[in-house]
Design a binder for this molecule. Sequence first.
Ligand code: NDP
Length: 323
Amino acid sequence: MSHRPALLQALPLAPALERRLADTYELHRLPPAGADREAFLAARGAQIECLVTSAAHGFDAALLDALPKLRVISSFGVGLDKLDVAAATARGIPVGYTPDVLNDCVADLAFGLMLAVARRVPEADRYVRAGRWAASTATPASAPFPLGRQVSGARLGILGLGRIGRTIAKRAGGFDMDVRYHSRRPVEGAPWKHEPQLLELARWADFLVVITAGGPETRHLVDDSVLDALGPQGFLVNVARGSVVDEEALVRALQDKRIAGAGLDVFESEPHVPRELFTLENVVMVPHIASATAQTREAMAQRVLDNLTAYFAGQPLPSAAPA
Ligand code: NDP
C-alpha cells in the first residue's frame, strides 16, 4: 500500500500491536476527553480513515461526526455495549471485533473464579501468609481451615449460552457437572437443558455463571429476586458485564449471607468497586482480566489487524460485528 491511511487509536495498544499497525498506517492517538481531544479532532479529524478502539473504550455517534472520512472501525474485544454499531452502519462504516479467540480464556477464568470462591482459595492463601496455619492446633483430620464447597458434580446454571457460554458448558463436562442454561431462545442442537425462566435456573443451580451480552437489554437481569432464588448455598460468578447484575443488591446479599459467595471479574462502575466488598471473605474479585493472557491478547491483536487488512484489500471483514 503506497498510501498510508491515517489510523486513530482510541486507547494505548500493546507495543507489539502498535509496531505492526505502524508498518501500514499513520498512527494517531485520541487524546482523553476534554479540550485536547476537541482540538485534535478539529485539526486532524478530517484525515482519519480508520479507528481502532476496544470493547471498554467504544465509540459514539459524536466521535463519528468528528471523523467525516472514516471508512472502517476495528475493535479489540467482543462486547458491543459501548460501540454504537447502528451509528456506524448508518454511515456505511463496517465494524470489526474479536469474537471466538477469547472463548477459552474467559471460560477458564469462569472456572478459576468458581473454584477460588467455593474452595476459598484467596482466603486460604491469606491464612497461610498470616502464619495462622502454623499457629493452629487443628489436626489435618479436623481441618485447620473452614470447609469449602465441592465444584465437581455440582449444578451449573449458565446465563447466556453464546460462544463463551457454550465453552463454559463444555468445560463443565470435565467436572461432571449437571448443566442447564437460560437465554431468550433455546440454542438449537445444544445438549444442555434450556430453562425459560431465569428464576427457575437460579433456584436449581449451585453455581450461576453470568455470560450474557451487556447493554440496556440485560441490565440488572440478576436482581434481588434472582439472588434469593440462588439462595444461601448458591454462588454467583460474573464474567460478562457489571451492568447485568444489580450490584447494590449483590452487596446486600453477600453481607447478609443470602447467597454463599460470588466471583467477580466485572463491576458496574469500573474501575470502582463497592468498598463494602473489600472486607467480605465470601467474594473473590479480579480486575476485568477474563481475556488477559498473553496468548489470547495476541490472538485478539491479530484479529484487529486482520479486520483492517481485509477492508483495505477490498474484502469483507473476517469478524464483522452484527449490524
Ligand atoms: P454471544 O453473543 O455469543 O452470546 C451472548 C449470549 O447472551 C447469547 O446466548 C444470548 O442469547 C444471551 N442473551 C442476550 N441477551 C439476553 C437476555 N436479555 N436474556 C438472556 N440471555 C440473553 O457473546 P459471547 O459469548 O461472545 O460474549 C458474551 C459477553 O461476554 C460479551 O457480550 C461481553 O460483554 C462479555 N465478555 C466479557 C469478557 C471479560 O473480560 N470479562 C471478555 C469477553 C466477553 P439470546 O440472544 O438467545 O438471549
